[in-house]
Design a binder for this molecule. Structure first.
Ligand code: ZN
Ligand code: FE
Ligand code: FE
Ligand code: FE
Length: 168
């Protein structure tokens, strides 16, 4: 536990390092989720977001180059927990529509964590007058919101499919 969060800049660096760790963890989790998904649209959504996530990590690298910030080596323990929960689902639920619904829920928890993290980082970057950094973070926030909305649409379509199957 490091205690050096005295200024907004310290906090910004801490939160940026945290989300960097979160993104790295997500790149390891998403291929597993894609493999577990039955609905091809869901598998495609996970694969597409994996590609976006590589770009999001690159944006943080760019931000670091731009600002000269030195990231802390740390682990986002919240993301560790969310990834762990998704692994539990894979162990507990057979492949199919129910697992897909569970994976969508787990992935949306991840996206909502990221949306909160990037929203906070953008506010701090603006406060610190790091406008270019704020723009990079905003580009990622758009992707996180897009991923969340895509999952909602797949859930609604998948839910309809499952209902149709039940009534047969
Ligand atoms: Zn810390
Ligand atoms: Fe992300
Ligand atoms: Fe975190
Ligand atoms: Fe994301």
């Amino acid at each position: 536990l490091e205690m050096a969060r005295k200024t907004v800049e310290d906090l910004f660096i801490h939160e940026l390092s945290d989300v960097y760790s979160a993104e790295k963890q997500i790149t390891k989790a998403l291929p597993r989720l894609a493999k577990a998904a039955t609905n091809p649209l869901l598998a495609e959504a996970f694969t597409a977001h994996l590609e976006e996530t590589h770009g999001q990590i690159e944006r943080i690298d760019q931000l670091v180059e731009l600002t000269g910030i030195k990231l802390k080596r740390m682990k986002c323990v919240a993301m560790e927990g969310l990834v762990e929960e998704s692994k539990e689902l894979l162990e507990e639920i057979d492949k199919g529509a129910v697992l897909d619904a569970a994976l969508i829920g787990a992935a949306q928890k991840v996206e909502h964590y990221e949306i909160a993290a990037y929203g906070t980082l953008i506010a701090m970057a603006k406060h610190l007058k790091l406008d270019d950094a704020a723009a990079l973070l905003a580009a990622t926030l758009v992707e996180e919101k897009g991923a969340d909305e895509k999952l909602t649409k797949i859930a609604e379509q998948g839910g309809n499919q499952a209902a149709t199957m039940d009534s047969k």
